[in-house]
Design a protein around this ligand. Structure first.
Ligand SMILES: [Zn+2]
Length: 133
């Protein structure tokens, strides 16, 4: 998803919304053997006078795989929201950097996808794992 900042500014448009779906690469999942078929992204942006762009993102998807404790099939819906800032100053290491013209959301969305995932996937809350009698 690209935000055409320069074009938007030339039209006097400083805010907007977006919504799209994408399929993440398989190596983007944190829990071993889990999969994410499709991620729904929705959000909004605001362009400021200094060309920095504030972006609000909400990711929602279903994490599927095996329970980390008992290996039963497990499915967990995830929703995660974050707010990030894109700036044109290459020396700014706290924020995402873009060239002032075209802003590619991908690095922020990839990071949000990583941060949003649980470290374990459970078949049910409080799963106690495989019982050995
Ligand atoms: Zn389990």
């Amino acid at each position: 998803m690209i935000i055409e900042v320069k074009r938007l500014l030339s039209k006097g448009k400083y805010t907007g919304e977006f919504e799209y779906d994408f399929t993440p690469d398989e190596d983007r999942t944190v829990v071993p053997l889990s999969t994410i078929d499709s991620v729904h992204v929705r959000g909004s942006y605001e362009i400021f006078d200094d060309d920095s762009v504030s972006v609000k993102l909400t990711l929602s998807y279903v994490l599927k795989g095996q329970c980390s404790y008992c290996l039963a099939d497990a499915v967990q819906p995830v929703e995660y929201s974050t707010e990030v800032l894109f700036v044109t100053d290459k020396g700014d290491s706290d924020n995402y950097v873009y060239d002032g013209a075209r802003l590619d959301l991908k690095p922020a969305v990839d990071d949000a996808l990583l941060f949003s995932q649980p470290s374990v996937l459970l078949c049910k809350e409080g799963c106690e794992g495989i019982k050995i009698n």
